[in-house]
Each structure stands twice: as structure tokens, then as C-alpha cells.
Design a protein around this ligand. Structure first.
Ligand code: OOG
Ligand code: MG
Length: 256
């Protein structure tokens, strides 16, 4: 089997069975970012061949808080499938994850395709709606430790997402207050400005990076802009809620 196919199989099965695996760069320190994106595509293709459906893309490491938390200072993107969707207000099963964390995010719903070098105005014109959201990330690597190529190969830790109600995107969402609560305790606070200074910049970057991979953001896609704060660990029994000023709130529960 080709090396990249083998990596894709290792990461896909680690996710499928919720079992941590050693970092690829421990044995292959020269794994390039370009090859890591190929591994990501091959591993997501395995999910699609099992019947999962592509629903959009996510940006990761678009805030200082996130870069500092994991020690990687480059933005990265990943692919989202319908199997990752958790219904707003519903419960996620902790046992299906290795060591999940939660991030307050903002989600874009696209009404037109977007690819390549685009202006912020063009990106905004392609947005149907924006929503408060949370991403559940779960590194398939031991101890949640990785280098840039590792995390890209691992689909940028994508594992779940919850989306609140959709809002008109013509409002100013450049600097909205964000509160993440776990069991009613304020755990993280931030602003949508933490996302590259303005969440639209994340969408602009997504259009460019996705096009570099020969793909596009399509009408109907969801684009997750990236974590606004550091991502706390989840634990069974917790209730998690994010509210974003002017956009509303989104919540889910963690069950064993
Ligand atoms: C990498 C994924 C980061 C974000 O929103 O910044 C991410 C990780 O921290 O595991 O999804
Ligand atoms: Mg994220």
C-alpha cells in the first residue's frame, strides 16, 4: 500500500474506533504539508465511501488562543461530513471520541460558490446566513499532541459540530462578545474579532486554501470559521453552551 494511503487508513480507523495513535511525524518527520492534505483527502474519502456526505469545510488555528494552545501557528482547513453534525440541544456520545474538546465558533451558510483569491466583500456576498456554533475537536493523536502536518492529515481534528439559529449576515459581526459556559459556569470569554481580526478573513482564507486543493466551497456548504478561545476538555454529563452577542446561543450535552 502507498505510504499516504496507509496513513489515511491509520487515522480513519483511529477515529472510527476512538483509539489514539502515535503522531505520524514521530516516524516520518519530513511529512510535508502538501502530503498531509493528500492524507486528509484519502481519509475523508474512506468516510464518504461508507456513505457519509460532504457538508462543507472548517478552518482551524485562526485565533491566537488556539495557536497558543496547541503550539502550531499556521491556519489549516479540514473537511466536514454529515456524520459529524450534532443536533442543537441534543447529546453527543462521549464514548465515540478519544479526548474531545469544545470550541466556540461562528458558522457560515453559503448561497453561492467561492474559490480562489476573493475579496472580503465577495466572500460576504456569497454568504446566506451566519450562526453561533460549536466545534467538537478530537485529535486522533496520543495526548492531543501534533505538528502541523500531523493535524492536517488528521482532518484538522474535525469530529463534531453543533449549529444554532441562522442570522442575517448583513449585520456587523466583526467584534461580537462570546461566552462559553460548561454546566452554567463561564469557562471562556472572547470576541469574534479573535478570528483573524474579522471572521470574514477566515472565509477568504478558506476559499483560497480549498481552491489550492482543486476544490471549491459550494452553495449550501457550511464553513466553520475557527475556534475563538482555547478549547476546554469535555467530560460525560456536562452541558455546554455558547452565546454570541446578537446571534443567540447554541448548546449540547455530553453523555457517557
Ligand atoms: C486543531 C483544530 C483547531 C480551530 O478551530 O482552531 C480548530 C486542534 O486544536 O486540534 O478546529
Ligand atoms: Mg475548530
Amino acid at each position: 500500500m502507498d505510504k499516504l494511503e496507509r496513513y489515511a487508513e491509520i487515522l480513519d480507523s483511529a477515529a472510527l474506533h476512538a483509539r489514539a495513535t502515535p503522531q505520524l511525524t514521530h516516524t516520518d518527520p519530513d511529512l510535508s504539508v502538501a502530503d498531509a492534505y493528500l492524507v486528509q483527502k484519502l481519509s475523508v474519502d474512506r468516510r464518504l465511501s461508507r456513505g457519509e456526505r460532504r457538508i462543507g469545510v472548517k478552518m482551524g488555528l485562526t485565533s491566537r488562543a488556539k495557536m497558543l494552545q496547541v503550539g502550531v501557528d499556521e491556519v489549516a482547513w479540514g473537511r466536514l461530513t454529515d456524520a459529524m453534525l450534532i443536533e442543537e440541544g441534543a447529546a453527543m456520545s462521549y464514548a465515540r471520541f478519544v479526548h474531545p474538546r469544545v470550541e466556540p465558533e461562528i458558522a457560515f451558510l453559503m448561497k453561492a460558490p467561492l474559490a480562489g483569491k476573493v475579496t472580503a466583500a465577495a466572500a460576504l456576498a456569497a454568504v446566506e446566513a451566519i450562526a453561533p456554533a460549536m466545534e467538537i475537536i478530537d485529535s486522533r493523536y496520543e495526548n492531543f499532541k501534533f505538528a502541523l502536518s500531523d493535524v492536517i492529515a488528521d482532518n484538522t481534528s474535525s469530529s463534531g459540530l453543533v449549529i444554532g439559529s441562522w442570522n442575517d449576515p448583513t449585520m456587523d459581526f466583526s467584534n461580537l462578545g462570546v461566552i462559553l459556559e460548561i454546566d452554567g459556569q463561564v469557562t471562556q470569554v472572547g470576541s469574534t474579532a479573535a478570528i483573524l481580526g474579522h471572521p470574514l478573513r477566515s472565509l477568504v482564507a478558506a476559499a483560497r486554501l480549498v481552491a489550492e486543493a482543486g476544490e471549491e466551497i459550494s452553495a449550501g456548504d457550511i464553513v466553520m470559521a475557527g475556534g475563538i478561545t482555547a478549547a476546554p476538555d469535555l467530560a460525560p454529563g456536562k452541558t455546554v453552551r455558547t452565546s454570541i452577542q446578537g446571534l443567540g446561543a447554541v448548546m449540547f450535552q455530553v453523555e457517557a
